[in-house]
Design a protein around this ligand. Structure first.
Ligand SMILES: *[C@@H]1O[C@H](CO)[C@@H](O)[C@H](O)[C@H]1NC(C)=O
Ligand SMILES: *[C@@H]1O[C@H](CO)[C@@H](O)[C@H](O)[C@H]1NC(C)=O
Ligand SMILES: *[C@@H]1O[C@H](CO)[C@@H](O)[C@H](O)[C@H]1NC(C)=O
Ligand SMILES: *[C@@H]1O[C@H](CO)[C@@H](O)[C@H](O)[C@H]1NC(C)=O
Ligand SMILES: *[C@@H]1O[C@H](CO)[C@@H](O)[C@H](O)[C@H]1NC(C)=O
Length: 685
């Protein structure tokens, strides 16, 4: 205990936020629960790293001594390995140990590469059930000619596995994330491949200046339209886009370009499929999941893990280590963290958070302590694997509740994420575009929402992610320009007021979010150039159409279309950040929010940002405070012709500061700032 009765184990968290003091003991209890698991792992197996090496023994492995297969299925009384290799006969019975692990070793070479396999379990009732091995690394859709709808498991054991050639890049302190889905990453109405992504999308991501890619829908999901969020086989990289070796090549190539790759990992729930999922695996509903209603997600029609169970922890922790070790992912975006953290899963009344600390930290708050413990252990594991490799991995929480200490390190008594997603920001922009006239935009409120985040906990800012692109919702470009995107985006047609405003605000919203909204930035593929329309995966309601399950990168290649302007602005913005690093710099000072002029001025990362949101007023000699005296030059100008602007600001001007205090800054400069534009100035050397 330290002097004010704060347990040492959470002193760090409380130092950064003294309002946590009344909850110190609860925070310490939460930390203790995870620390106890670490001790148990240490005593039983030598540590969390060994526990998470489960993928090296469970599932299928071929070595010099044979083909080994191991599966945990405690409630089964008998198990057989069947497959193409033995004509699906029951002649390969597996051995069961006292823990409920079944295992078998066959002579080397007895199961052909990429041939189909299954496990047949005998239940206490005598019934025999077929299951896909829980740790299988490759699953494929059923052949078209069969009536089956279930995925099939395959023994993936290529003669020449992909050999990585590039080192992992060390993640930048300024994360600029390109969120992507391999299957939709082609303009054609079909499923794109890992290879196409490697060849066509990676160079574009590099060109744009992003330094991280976040891949969705990698873990195998039998239902494509689930967008990857109903996982059926956790260790299988989706075969829709190609082979495991193709995915390794994608990641290795990204590394060669200096780009880290994050996996959108779904441990918050699982598909309820039995035949090709984990549900009812050994005949009980409680093997991996909670039994009864507690095991069902109230909205998602899926199963909920029992994070309090040793073997479930082994499965999930091993799953993380598998993606770090085998595929060389550089970290994770944990999906559905809010659903995990609360017993109400953020649904209904429970989903409304006011920010009162009691909602998250009171000992009787509806927090799922076991899930919280799991997230702490997951972050412990990620940190440990990174330390062993001499690097750093990234972990991001998709949490909308605002749970305090989620982004505080474990050492300081937090949950250990590096970042949380700033989920309030896209909602704010959409609400503004939907409900407010431009004249009524409240700069104070906008700036408050952008900057209102926990001190010492980092956030990933975004104006829109895949969520806003989904059918039923609308992207910012669509909110701004809607139907005119079909008719008026050609440079050959006159610039209409709608398109003019749309292009102008699209740029301003992105730069403002990027520079003020967080310590990292995220963009969903296509939105950087104002991708029109929405995303909808083939399903029965749309006649299995791929028309909306694609990204029309062809639009930026067409020189006659105005999408190229937005693309260029996004690129300029990312490269400017790369040069000045405002995402990770702390030198932010907002010197002016003028509601009548609609002008916003702030300094960040050594740059001076000047926005004019006014729909019609342009200002000559507008006075802007700036701390550091000297000669300034324009480094980004949204009104530049290259970005579809009106070239009203001459690019090569020099601005000299006047040594007089203005808006609490030691100096000022005067600029011409046209309506609906932003200028970024830097000290000239
Ligand atoms: C399997 O579950 C049943 C309850 O459904 C239980 O009675 C039985 O003991 C379990 N069998 C094993 C081998 O764990
Ligand atoms: C089988 O599983 C148990 C836990 O369920 C584990 O402790 C044990 O080490 C496993 N046995 C083998 C032989 O891998
Ligand atoms: C712009 O789009 C609108 C709505 O689609 C259309 O009525 C109009 O003719 C278009 N204007 C031009 C200049 O193409
Ligand atoms: C905003 O600008 C107007 C006109 O330029 C000025 O009268 C007013 O004082 C300014 N308000 C602030 C808060 O600077
Ligand atoms: C505002 O900007 C538009 C171009 O976006 C321009 O046509 C218009 O003249 C401007 N209004 C004023 C008053 O500067």
């Amino acid at each position: 205990m330290s002097e004010n009765n704060v347990p040492e184990s959470v002193a760090g968290a409380i130092r950064d936020d003294p309002w946590l003091t009344p909850f110190a003991h609860e925070l310490a209890r939460r930390r203790h629960a995870a620390d106890e698991w670490l001790k148990t792992f240490e005593q039983n197996e030598g540590g969390i790293l060994s526990v998470a090496d489960g993928y090296k023994t469970y599932g299928f492995h071929e070595d010099g001594t044979g083909v080994h297969y191991k599966e945990w299925a405690p409630n089964a009384t008998q198990a057989f390995l069947v497959g193409d290799f033995n004509d699906w006969q029951f002649d390969k019975e597996m051995q069961k140990d006292d823990f409920g692990n079944f295992s078998i070793t066959l002579p080397k070479g007895s199961i052909p590469h990429d041939s189909r396999v299954k496990i047949v379990l005998t239940l206490p009732s005598g019934e025999r059930v077929y299951r896909l091995p829980a740790w299988i690394t490759r699953c494929t859709p059923p052949p078209k000619e069969t009536k089956s709808v279930s995925y099939e498991a395959r023994f993936w054991n290529p003669e020449h596995p992909y050999q990585f050639v590039n080192q992992r890049p060390y993640p930048s302190e300024s994360l600029r994330i390109y969120e992507a889905h391999v299957g939709i990453s082609t303009p054609e109405p079909r499923i794109g491949t890992y290879k196409e992504f490697t060849q066509n999308v990676l160079p574009r991501v590099k060109d744009l200046g992003y330094n991280a890619i976040q891949l969705m829908a990698i873990m195998e999901h039998a239902y494509y339209a689930s967008f990857g969020y109903q996982v059926t086989s956790f260790f299988a990289a989706s075969s829709r886009y190609g082979t495991p070796e193709d995915l390794k090549e994608l990641i290795d190539t990204a590394h060669g370009l200096g780009i880290v790759v994050l996996l959108d990992v779904v441990h918050s729930h699982a598909s309820k499929n039995v035949d090709d999922g984990l549900n009812n695996f050994d005949g009980t509903e409680w093997q991996y999941f909670h039994s009864g209603g507690k095991g069902d997600h109230p909205l998602w029609d899926s199963k909920l893990f029992n994070y309090g169970k040793y073997e479930v922890l082994r499965f999930l922790l091993s799953n993380l280590k598998f993606y770090l070790d085998v595929y060389k992912f550089d970290g994770f975006r944990f999906d559905g963290v809010t659903s995990m953290l609360y017993l109400h899963h953020g649904v209904g009344a429970g989903g409304a958070f006011s920010g009162d600390y009691n909602e998250y930290l009171h000992e009787n708050s509806p927090v799922d302590k076991e899930a919280l413990t799991y997230l702490m252990l997951a972050n412990d594991l990620i940190t440990k694997v990174a330390e062993k490799e001499g690097t750093k991995f990234i972990s991001i929480a998709e949490d909308v509740s605002g749970m305090p200490t989620l982004g505080v390190t474990r050492k300081d008594g937090g949950v250990g994420f590096d970042y949380r997603l700033a989920m309030a920001l896209p909602d704010m922009w959409i609400k503004l575009l939907k409900e407010s006239k431009d004249e009524d935009w409240d700069l104070n409120k906008i700036v408050h929402t952008l900057t209102n985040r926990r001190y010492a906990e980092r956030a990933i800012a975004y104006a829109e992610s895949h969520d806003q692109a989904l059918v039923g919702d609308k992207t910012l470009a669509f909110w701004l320009m809607d139907a005119e995107m079909y008719t008026n985006m050609s440079v050959l047609s006159p610039l209409t007021p709608v398109i003019d405003r749309g292009l102008a605000l699209h740029k301003i919203i992105r730069l403002l979010t990027h520079s003020l909204g967080g310590e990292g930035y995220l963009n969903f593929e296509g939105n950087e150039f104002g991708h029109p329309e929405w995303l909808d995966f083939p399903n029965i309601n749309n006649g299995d159409s791929y028309h909306y399950a694609r990204r029309q990168f062809n639009l930026i290649e067409d020189d006659l279309l105005r999408y190229k302007f937005l693309y260029r602005f996004d690129r300029a913005m990312q490269h400017l950040e790369a040069k000045y690093g405002w995402l990770h710099k702390k030198d932010q000072y907002i010197s002016l929010k003028n509601e009548s002029d609609k002008v916003l001025v702030y300094e960040k990362g050594g740059l001076l940002f000047i926005y004019n949101f006014h729909h019609s007023n342009s200002y000559t000699d507008y006075r802007c405070g700036v701390e550091v005296a000297g000669k300034y030059k324009i480094v980004l100008n949204s009104d530049d012709e290259e970005f579809g602007g009106h070239a009203r600001v001459s690019p090569d001007q020099e601005f000299f500061t006047t040594d007089l205090e203005w808006n609490n800054r030691k100096n000022f400069i005067q600029v011409y700032i046209p309506n609906r534009t932003v200028l970024v100035l830097a000290l000239a050397d």
